[in-house]
Design a protein around this ligand. Structure first.
Ligand SMILES: Nc1ncnc2c1ncn2[C@@H]1O[C@H](COP(=O)(O)OP(=O)(O)OP(=O)(O)O)[C@@H](O)[C@H]1O
Ligand SMILES: [Mg+2]
Length: 114
């Protein structure tokens, strides 16, 4: 089992959800986040009460899905297909090993619980 975590542009939220639904994913979590990547955030200047300040952090969203190992390649290629614009800031995918999963209702463990 693996957790596929991806950080993507806010604009691709709906297409991403529709695309991963086609892959028969059993669940997912979405979080609104801010962050920056290797460009350290494109510094935008704004003025608040007459004082100029720069905004470094970009709004993104994070999707987390725990899937069985054989699904990982499909999930990753689907994310890339939806999210790639070839411009900086397209996002990142991180893959984590999952030690255990337990479905609370039944007590099932491992792959059966995912
Ligand atoms: N090393 C990292 N660790 C954790 N989060 C990251 C990391 N790199 C990027 N992120 C997150 O992913 C978002 C998008 O990153 P981004 O696509 O700009 O990465 P990048 O390495 O700068 O690639 P690119 O050159 O294509 O812009 C960031 O705003 C940040 O939230
Ligand atoms: Mg970047």
């Amino acid at each position: 089992m693996k957790k596929v975590e991806c950080i993507l542009r806010t604009g691709c939220l709906e297409p991403m959800i529709s695309a991963v639904e086609q892959l028969d994913i059993s669940g997912l979590n979405i979080t609104q986040i801010v962050g920056y990547g290797s460009q350290k955030g494109a510094n935008e200047t704004q003025v608040y009460r007459g004082v100029e300040y720069t905004i470094k952090l970009k709004e993104k969203f994070k999707v987390e899905m725990v899937v069985n190992d054989e699904k990982v390649d499909d999930v990753v290629s689907t994310i890339i297909k939806v999210a790639r614009t070839n411009q900086v800031g397209d996002g990142k995918i991180f893959i984590y090993p999952i030690e255990q999963a337990i479905r609370i209702r039944t007590g099932e463990q491992g792959q059966a619980a995912v």
